[in-house]
Design a protein around this ligand. Structure first.
Ligand SMILES: Cc1cc2nc3c(=O)[nH]c(=O)nc-3n(C[C@H](O)[C@H](O)[C@H](O)COP(=O)(O)OP(=O)(O)OC[C@H]3O[C@@H](n4cnc5c(N)ncnc54)[C@H](O)[C@@H]3O)c2cc1C
Length: 178
């Protein structure tokens, strides 16, 4: 939050880094601590970047969406079970994985409840969860989050990561198969 090598510290929209309310609050705390501790200025960890646009459908952008070698898993909401029931089956979710670590690094979504799925994704990225470990999480039926599971499974395929345990329950999106 320090302005170059000066004794000026900037927080919030005026630094034009992350012009969002929760970021302005974090930046205020960081800038304030560093200004008070000057010249003992330290870098502080930042939360995973997250932005939500309250359009219809909503838009969410999470974490790192520009890494050139990222792998991409996709889900089209056109045929997603819960989205169809709600007549909100329009949109796309893309989840991004780092091929080296296997971690989820970011996501972009246009679709129903992007603000909520975006939070799940942001928390997962910040906890450095692998795509495979996320597929071990429970997914209730019938929910939009089952669409997230489909995208994560696609990402596993793109990353050549086995998702065997998840495969056992994947069909549950359309009801149990016997
Ligand atoms: C239409 C709109 C929608 C938004 N929606 C969202 C959203 O959904 N979610 C989200 O996280 N963020 C949203 N934002 C962004 C969010 O409002 C800002 O990121 C946040 O308010 C930045 O806080 P700040 O303290 O840096 O600046 P501000 O909140 O703008 O505060 C700056 C204050 O300084 C005052 N001021 C300016 N000049 C002077 C002066 N010379 N002397 C004294 N006082 C002065 C201003 O009057 C103002 O009160 C939205 C912004 C806009 C404009």
């Amino acid at each position: 939050m320090r302005c170059g090598d000066s004794v000026i510290f900037i927080a919030g929209d005026c630094d034009h880094e992350r012009p969002l309310l929760h970021e302005a609050v974090d930046e205020g705390a960081i800038a304030g601590q560093n200004a008070a501790a000057f010249p003992d200025v330290k870098p502080h960890p930042r939360r995973v970047a997250m932005s939500v646009t309250f359009s219809d459908p909503q838009i969410a952008v999470i974490g790192n969406v520009t890494q050139p070698d990222r792998k991409i898993g996709k889900l089209d909401f056109a045929d997603q079970g819960r989205a169809r029931v709600m007549n909100r089956n329009c949109g796309l979710l893309q989840v991004y994985g780092d091929p080296g670590s296997g971690c989820l690094i970011g996501a972009e979504m246009v679709g129903p409840s992007a603000e909520h799925i975006g939070h799940l994704l942001a928390w997962s990225v910040q906890q450095r969860q692998t795509v495979r470990s996320l597929l071990d999480m429970p997914f209730y039926h019938p929910t939009l989050e089952e669409g997230l599971r489909t995208a994560l499974r696609d990402l596993c395929t793109q990353m050549n990561v086995a998702a065997a345990a998840a495969a056992d329950t994947d069909q549950l999106e359309y009801g149990p198969c016997v």
